[in-house]
Design a protein around this ligand. Structure first.
Ligand code: NAD
Ligand code: UD1
Length: 331
């Protein structure tokens, strides 16, 4: 298949380009480079031997999106392009609603005009709000605690409503849990600018001595060791989930959790990192972070049953690959 990957120079998008090419698909990337670098295209070529097409465009711009569609005949779109900083979305809600929902609408409209019938969307477990884990696709969505989460819930609704009036369409709404790790080549990975907000990139920066110590946000949650529990999933497993979705998609709208189905606490992750890399992580316990839930992990059985997808890589591989990428490319 010939696939448009928006946000394809970003963290999850770049790993998915690799997985798509390695599965025999051809890839065109559209990214405005607001949170990534064009050199990622070279890195993808180094891994797969094949250079994806690239357009530096903003997916909220109708004419730019139209140009890309007019120059290709796509079999499907995977829409990763979006802003994802939860804290910034609280401070600048309009920036998030504008970018994330308008880009989705522009792409849906282009698919309608150019008769592209497969659409895979990057959603997030954040749409479950305060539902209790294990989280199942059939649960009613609860309001997200921030505008970022709302943009995902709204985009899911827009896609569902549009698919309902375009009967030939196949749409996958993929709800990611906590993607971590990097490609085994250590050529692509997660490279956040500034001080990371998320746990794994923070841990790798502490390991490298770039940050003094990790603050563990709360040790009084109702969990086995009192620290927050999440479902960490290797980014390469996640990438393969997109290939499975493209291959197995049938008509209609299908929602899939992409997670391992296993919860890991902050302390467990720190210990797994230390064991996998041999590097000690200094930490202190700090107050809870506003908006955090105690536990968030997937019921991952639907993706396995319907798409034959299941996460294969364990915590040690997630930690080691994240560490290798940080040593190679961390700033
Ligand atoms: P990322 O920031 O690394 O990648 C997103 C890419 O989209 C970037 O390269 C950025 O330059 C590009 N982009 C943003 N707005 C654009 C626009 N208007 N036009 C063109 N390009 C644009 O983030 P990621 O971690 O790879 O996330 C990919 C998608 O998955 C996002 O939609 C994100 O919300 C979603 N998601 C991520 C996580 C996570 O933990 N990383 C979890 C759940 C969902
Ligand atoms: C966060 C976002 C979520 C988003 C996801 C994707 C919030 C509230 N949630 O999820 O909407 O979809 O990222 O990237 O921001 N932790 C520490 N110390 C740290 C960092 C994190 O103890 O320095 C803890 C957190 O309290 C949590 C766990 O580590 O228990 C994971 O945190 P994080 O990596 O930020 O992911 P989420 O909060 O699950």
């Amino acid at each position: 298949m010939h696939i448009l990957v928006t946000g394809g120079t970003g963290y999850i998008g770049s790993h998915t380009c690799v997985a798509l090419q390695q599965a025999g698909h051809s890839v065109v990337v559209a990214d405005n480079l607001s949170n990534s670098k064009k050199e990622t295209i070279d890195q993808i070529k180094k891994i797969t031997g094949s250079r994806p097409g690239f357009y530096k465009i903003d997916c909220t711009r109708e004419t730019a999106v139209d140009r890309v569609f007019s120059e290709h005949h796509f079999d499907g779109v995977i829409h990763f392009a979006g802003l994802k900083a939860v804290g910034e979305s609280v401070e600048k809600p309009l920036k998030y609603y504008y970018n994330n929902t308008l880009s989705t609408m522009m792409l849906i409209d282009a698919c309608r005009r150019y008769d592209v019938k497969r659409f895979v969307f990057s959603s997030s477990a954040t749409v479950y709000g305060e539902n209790r884990a294990p989280l199942v696709e059939t649960m009613p969505l609860l309001p997200a605690t921030n505008p970022y989460g709302e943009t995902k819930a709204i985009s899911e609704r827009i896609l569902s409503d549009c698919a309902a009036v375009n009967p030939g369409w196949s749409v996958a709404l993929l709800r990611y849990f906590n993607p971590v790790g990097a490609h085994e080549s250590a050529l692509i990975g997660e490279a956040p600018s500034g001080i990371p907000n998320n746990l794994m990139p923070y841990v790798t920066k502490v390991a490298r001595g770039k940050l003094k110590k990790l603050s563990i946000f709360g040790n009084d949650y109702p969990t086995a060791d009192g620290t927050g529990v999440r479902d960490y999933v290797h980014v390469c497993d996640l990438a393969e989930g997109h290939v499975a979705a493209l291959n197995k998609l049938t008509r209609g709208v299908h929602i899939y959790n992409l997670g391992t189905g296993r919860g890991t606490s902050v302390l467990e992750l720190v210990r797994a990192f230390e064991e996998a890399t041999g590097v000690k992580i200094k930490y202190q316990v700090a107050p809870r972070r506003q908006g955090d839930v105690a536990e968030c992990y997937a019921d991952a059985s639907k993706a396995k049953k319907e798409m034959g997808w299941q996460a294969k890589r364990g915590l040690a591989e997630m930690c080691l690959s994240a560490w290798q990428f940080e040593k190679n490319y961390g700033q």
